[in-house]
Design a protein. Structure first.
Length: 370
């Protein structure tokens, strides 16, 4: 009898401690969790679970926290939790315009951090900027997303949206190194020159390829001599980027070799990568003097709006703009006007509408620069 009495008392004590312990109230319809809180930081609420291990509950799914011992920063952390939830939920419901200002402020705080919230913010800002065609300002959030993914962080917050990270190549399918807003490229170059890859040599090289492409775009293919041409580590994504940029080389042999290697890959690569290749090869062929080669360049570019408009819409827009320029150069102004009308429909007010030969060739009128 006494043993039963003690068991009942111990059970009551345990249940009381559980009932009046720390409580994390959740969002998105998840039930509240009554668990001991170990500590809190920008990454979320770290709790102790049944087997004694710790688990981090990211702030974007935390609605409120009740603690036995107070935390003077709790009110600020709950404001952060609300901003995170608002930003990612707006993006989840396909409203990047309202989500972007929140993500921009959050990115200032989370850039360089190592936690799931930092990934949610970096990927969220990347998605918002891609949605409005701000490719140049999407590069830094993209690099932060890659850094966190390569570090091992994951999130399921955007699982219902289009994928923006391809693991094999380690790249964003919607962010080819191709540019329309040359005003924004100066800032992009400055940002990339100081980007901290945190010791990840592959990430550092990816950042360098994007900075390199911006330099070529602004200064022209002859801005670099062949002995300055960078060499990057072996990596599927970097191999692709190196050949893409090789088509912009001032060395004709390098250009031809890069085009050959790229076209040879097409049967084995995903559609988004083919669209990058078709665009870059097409632009390269348009710099040739022979009319047959230039016509092949037009055909290569035509693949993008015809086949890849939904996969890589921005790159398809760039291809359409260059096709319009080439058709107008050939005196086919009516066809060029049709393409420009489609551009105006799809990219109202975007710099892509105002691209011309001078924009594309800032320092070398004989070579096209992305």
């Amino acid at each position: 009898m006494r043993d039963t009495f003690i068991s009942i008392c111990l059970g009551l004590l345990c249940s009381a401690g559980h009932a009046f312990g720390d409580v994390v109230h959740m969002r998105d319809g998840q039930p509240a969790r009554t668990v001991p809180i170990v500590f809190m930081d920008d990454g979320g609420v770290t709790v102790r679970i049944a087997n004694g291990d710790s688990q981090v509950i990211p702030w974007d799914i935390v609605r409120d926290v009740e603690m036995e011992t107070g935390d003077h920063l709790l009110a600020q952390r709950l404001e952060l939790a609300q901003d995170l939830w608002r930003a990612r939920s707006r993006l989840q419901r396909q409203d990047p315009t309202l989500a972007e200002p929140l993500f921009e402020r959050l990115f200032e705080r989370y850039r360089g951090q190592d936690n799931e919230c930092a990934l949610i913010v970096a990927e969220g800002l990347l998605r918002c900027r891609l949605a409005r065609g701000a490719q140049e300002s999407a590069v830094i959030p993209f690099l932060e997303m890659v850094r966190l993914r390569r570090t091992g962080f994951k999130t399921d917050r955007y699982a219902q949206l289009i994928e923006v990270y391809e693991e094999v190549f380690g790249l964003c399918p919607q962010l080819a190194p191709a540019w329309a807003n040359f005003v924004a490229l100066d800032k992009m170059q400055r940002d990339l020159s100081t980007y901290d890859s945190r010791g990840d040599e592959i990430l550092k090289a990816i950042a360098e390829t994007y900075r390199f492409s911006a330099r070529l775009a602004l200064r022209g293919a002859t801005a670099l001599e062949n002995d300055e041409w960078p060499h990057w580590p072996n990596h599927d994504g970097l191999d692709l980027l190196e050949d893409l940029l090789g088509t912009m080389s001032p060395d004709d042999d390098r250009q031809t070799s890069a085009r050959t290697r790229l076209l040879r890959q097409i049967p084995q690569i995903p559609p988004w990568a083919e669209s990058w290749i078709r665009y870059r090869v097409g632009i390269s062929l348009l710099t040739e003097s022979g009319e047959h080669q230039r016509q092949k360049g037009l055909v290569s570019l035509a693949h993008l709006p015809a086949r890849f408009g939904r996969i890589t819409p921005y790159l398809a827009g760039l291809a359409t703009a260059r096709m319009a320029q080439e058709l107008e150069r050939e005196g086919r102004s009516e066809e060029g006007a049709i393409l420009r009308a489609e551009l105006e429909r799809r990219f109202p007010g975007h710099p892509i509408l105002y691209m011309n030969e001078e924009d594309q060739k800032p320092s070398d009128s004989s070579k096209e620069n992305v």
